[in-house]
Design a protein around this ligand. Sequence first.
Ligand code: ZN
Ligand code: ZN
Length: 285
Amino acid sequence: MLIGYHVSAAGGLHKAIAEAEIIGCTAIQIFVGSPQVWQTPEVDLAVVKKFKGALSKSKVKKVLVHSAYLPNPASHKNTLRRMSLKKMKEEIRVAYAIGADGYNFHCGSNQNSNEEGLKLATETLNRLAELSDEKYPIPLIIENDAGAGNRIGDTIEELAQIWRGIKNKKRFGFCLDTCHLFVSGIDLRTKKDIDALVKKFDKLIGIQHLKFIHVNDALFELGSKKDRHALIGQGYVGTVGFKALLHHPKLRTLPFIMETPYGGDSKGAISSRIKELKFVKKLAR
Ligand SMILES: [Zn+2]
Ligand SMILES: [Zn+2]
């Protein structure tokens, strides 16, 4: 199965592969630069070569790039949307250069209304695809949000609304984050809940467009809108729901990527992930 973590690329992108190998990942997610800044590192061919070399020798089969935190495709401010578009395009360029399997991002927030946010996000995403279709044609992956404040794209209905407005549908796909689903009010604690989620996604969007899953337990309750991830089985979702998720025939073949917190100190961090991954693989058996 394809499973792993968001791993650190501090000290060079190839370092992410080294960490993934120690933990035992077959799928990973990375940032291609600091997620807190607007600048994106230029594509450095030596770095790309190092990354691809390490990747080809590793067990990692899927690489997802997560966008920086700053872009807001749904913003009511023109300048912010323009900056977001530029930033996302730059990151897509790097993601494409390193041979990533997708570029994952959130739809953002809008201070006026959800309706306006959905409309503007759809416009920004269509433009993003147009600007990168020819040169950097990697899949653009829309992640569901936890839905706090004015953030959009937390319900399947909102994701479906964006999807209906997407022009080049071949270019796009979705990533569902279990913590975000849960805190936005979608229960995942039983097999029945997981079945209902898959059914709903299939009906409103089409399950074939779901490309990745972020597997995170939730530190806060159902509907709390608080986006804090917990270790698998140690949060409010719990092991029954995750077991059903990992076993669902329509989800099982997708890459599962955990963004759970590192446990322990910097040394214990990796060993806590090794332990957690073993635990999740056991649930998936
Ligand atoms: Zn995310
Ligand atoms: Zn996520």
